[in-house]
Design a binder for this molecule. Sequence first.
Ligand SMILES: [Cu+2]
Length: 152
Amino acid sequence: MLSIMTQTRQCAGAALFGLSLSVAAAPVTVIDVFRDPNCGCCTKWISYLEKNGYQVKDHLESDMHAFKQAHGIPERLSSCHTGIIAGKFIEGHVPVEQIIVLEQRDDLRGVAAPGMPTGSPGMERGGVREAYQIIGMTRKGGDEVVASYKAQ
Ligand SMILES: [Cu+2]
């Protein structure tokens, strides 16, 4: 009886160890970022993604307007750079927590931080933040408010 309990405990320990190993070895998520070569805030957003554990592939595009049109990103949602993660778009200075939401939601084609909201990631200006929303675009083409950030 005692030996069975010891074995069980060892198994549980091994299972836990295995779990933590698999977490450490989890593949890094890649985000392809398309941006104008002269965009400064775009590179700040890239650094922010890298700090948060994403692997970024940086692509320079001379005509971002054409790029967005080609990828079905409407004018009303558009910003500076466009990220692509697993075939979904991340338009503009979207915070990581909303990228995670996007990764989990297959009913969305993408999420956007329209414009260039002050205080969004990569758009920091001395701790000031204007109120802004993250808009999700559904597969049917509708808009949905995914998150609202208050002014600070
Ligand atoms: Cu920007």
